[in-house]
Write a protein that binds this ligand. Structure first.
Ligand SMILES: C[S@@+](CC[C@H](N)C(=O)[O-])C[C@H]1O[C@@H](n2cnc3c(N)ncnc32)[C@H](O)[C@@H]1O
Length: 277
């Protein structure tokens, strides 16, 4: 199969259109211009709206804590003392690789490498390939292709590998000093009076292969609030003990299966301490 990039047209400052011919077909795609890890459920696109709200009253040396750090797409936009955790160990190890030695990440990950990577003992590399080289950043959800019909195309493999590594190198700068923990949210070590930003698996949405008890999570948030932390949660809906402080309709195209859809992203804060949710 031959893939040829035939042109790049500037549409508006942040958008580039790549015209790609693939055999007889011609398709137009807008590539991701990113500096983060491609990750399912990434908050990259809404960070600019919700971070100023959450950081408004941050005190000097107050910790930023993210118990569901995912691809690190929020924590990499915060400065100062920060810690992030996640239950997914390969993911946390991948973030450590990105933070510490991104230049050692592979320049080329072919589709065969991708399929074999599921069996890697090196958790960091496995995590990096499993997320950053996957369609939609979904854990081994299929090799990344921005254009349909490029299966087995070496040009696509080179492009995707190069983009992932470039993103990792850029993100690395913004992850310096972040303490990463492989832990469930409830076991995370949290310094006193922190700002805790939670981006848990949403109820009623694409799952992360990890069972999640939302009611225990609500209780935990209320407990942290009682202990003196400021707790924020990204979700579509939350129980009455939480108030919605921001919302916006966002287009999301999470997976090949769900396709593109609209959803209202919301940010909640613990409203009051209650024993029941
Ligand atoms: C919506 S994603 C977070 C995305 C992240 N905010 C970003 O922008 O890249 C939710 C994350 O929660 C993690 N997770 C699921 N259950 C967990 C648990 N019990 N404790 C900690 N992390 C958990 C998943 O592995 C996943 O990375």
């Amino acid at each position: 199969m031959i893939c040829i990039i035939v042109g790049m047209i500037r549409k508006k400052p942040s958008d580039f259109l790549l015209l790609i011919t693939n055999g007889t077909r011609s398709e137009t795609v807008v590539p991701n211009i990113r500096r983060d890890m491609k990750y399912m459920g990434s908050k990259n696109r809404i960070a600019k709206y919700i971070l100023p709200i959450m950081l408004k009253d941050r005190k000097p040396d107050q910790w930023w804590v993210e118990p569901f750090v995912g691809g690190g797409n929020m924590i990499d936009k915060v400065s100062g003392v920060r810690t992030g955790g996640d239950l997914n160990e390969p993911l946390v190890e991948a973030l450590k690789l990105i933070r510490d030695i991104p230049e050692t990440l592979p320049d080329l990950v072919t589709e065969d490498d991708y399929n074999l990577a599921k069996k890697l003992d090196n958790l960091g590399l496995k995590g990096y390939i499993g997320f950053a080289m996957s369609f939609g950043g979904k854990w081994f959800g299929g090799y990344r292709r921005d254009v349909a019909g490029t299966k087995g195309c070496m040009e696509n493999m080179k492009t995707q590998s190069r983009r992932s590594k470039q993103n990792a190198i850029k993100q690395s700068v913004n992850l310096q000093g972040v303490i990463l923990q492989h832990a469930s949210y409830s076991d995370m070590k949290i310094p006193p009076n922190s700002i805790i930003y939670c981006d848990p698996p949403y109820r009623e949405t694409t799952k992360y292969n990890i069972a999640f008890d939302h009611y225990s999570f609500y209780e935990w948030c209320l407990e942290k609030h009682k202990e003196g932390h400021t707790v924020f949660v990204s979700e579509y809906s939350m129980p009455p003990a939480f108030e919605c402080i921001w919302e916006k309709e966002i287009n999301s195209s999470l997976t090949k299966d769900t396709g593109s859809k609209k959803g209202v992203e919301r940010l909640f804060r613990v409203k009051e301490v209650r024993s029941n949710v």
